[in-house]
Design a protein around this ligand. Structure first.
Ligand SMILES: *Cc1c(COP(=O)(O)O)cnc(C)c1O
Length: 337
């Protein structure tokens, strides 16, 4: 019998879900079976329209106040509300190229004009060229998806200090040593988005948030869908933030160690993976679609990226613990042959 399919295509947490979240979900399920108990409300009643318990928990985690936090259905939901609020139809959104696949989607959905700016050779963003576009807002993911490369502290500082509206997507902040959150938060023009989908292991529950100046946050809260975070998701997210940050940090540290092992194993096979500070590695290959197809035949799912600007074809592999890591390397080595 062949081994089950190994899905390394979307950078979710291959180390599991936090125990406190699973306990919270278990309690909701138990309570639902006995309608006389408190807690079934999580399913039969509406949640808080603005996820107030979650905002309070996130504010405590970041040492700030709730008026600096907005939440959404994943950070995709937060990005959607932010882009709708900050960039009017017909206006320009500048972003590094390549970047997160949701950005072209948000550009077309909101009838914006995209101003893509190629990354520098070392994977850093080009702050001067992004500013030179004269865009209504600049989006930067750091570490970036799909490259895994971080923007330098100097480049983020330059954008933050420019006064231009900056959406800084830190979905992978937990896997890097310097997310430059301090630089971003010192400025009223910067919105930092984060997610519980990656290091926090809750992608299926769809919880994202953003931190920023209270005036900026108030505008986005007004544009966001009410009840965007379900009561069940909010309960699980609060449990993790209040009780399981050690679990999150330890699993992220494991992923960082496994990322180095994955990169080393790939290099030993003759590949040249990009220097990643996220929980995935981008590997340039010939014919990414065919390569990913052959890996799929070997039971390993990765994401194919044909013709990335400045990189060419590449496959993106999510970091996973052994023996998944070795299986992925073997599948790629055979598929790329
Ligand atoms: C995965 C990812 C997200 C997270 O999306 P959610 O909607 O929170 O699951 C956001 N930004 C980037 C760059 C990502 O790679």
């Amino acid at each position: 019998m062949s081994a089950p399919v190994l899905d390394l295509s979307d950078n979710t947490n291959c180390y599991g879900a936090p125990p406190s979240a699973l306990r919270a979900l278990g309690i909701v399920a138990t309570v639902l079976k006995d309608s006389s108990m408190l807690g079934g409300d999580d399913v039969t009643r509406y949640p808080s329209a603005t996820a107030d318990a979650l905002r309070a928990a996130l504010a405590r985690m970041h040492g700030t106040t709730s008026d600096r936090i907005t939440t959404g259905c994943g950070s995709d939901g937060v990005l959607d509300a932010a882009v709708r609020t900050l960039v009017a139809p017909g206006a320009t959104l500048a972003h590094p190229d390549p970047t997160f696949s949701m950005i072209p989607e948000l550009v077309s959905r909101n009838r914006l004009v995209a101003a893509p700016v190629p990354l520098a050779g070392d994977g850093d963003i080009r702050a001067d060229l992004l500013l030179a576009t004269g865009a209504a807002a600049i989006y930067v993911a750091s570490p970036n998806n799909p490259t895994g490369t971080p923007a330098s502290r100097a480049a983020i500082a330059r954008l933050a200090a420019s006064g231009e509206t900056l959406i800084l997507d830190q979905a992978y902040a937990d896997f890097t040593s310097d997310a430059s959150l301090d630089l971003a938060l010192a400025r009223p023009n910067v919105l930092v988005t984060r997610t519980l989908s990656k290091a926090f292991g809750l992608a299926g529950l769809r919880v994202g948030y953003a931190i920023g100046d209270p005036a900026l946050i108030a505008r986005i809260e007004a544009a966001r869908d009410p009840y965007a975070v379900s009561a069940v998701a909010e309960r699980a997210a609060c449990a993790v933030i209040e009780r399981d940050l050690t679990w999150v940090r330890e699993r992220a540290a494991e992923a960082v160690r496994d990322r180095a092992r994955l990169a080393a194993a790939l290099t030993a096979c003759g590949f040249a993976p990009l220097r990643s500070e996220a929980n995935f590695v981008l590997v340039p290959v010939r014919d990414a679609l065919a390569c990913a197809g052959r890996m799929r035949e070997r039971g390993v799912m990765v994401r194919a990226f044909p013709a990335l600007t400045g990189i060419g074809d590449a496959v993106r592999i999510t970091v996973a613990p052994s023996p998944a890591l070795e299986r992925a390397v073997a599948a790629l080595a055979e598929a790329a042959r």
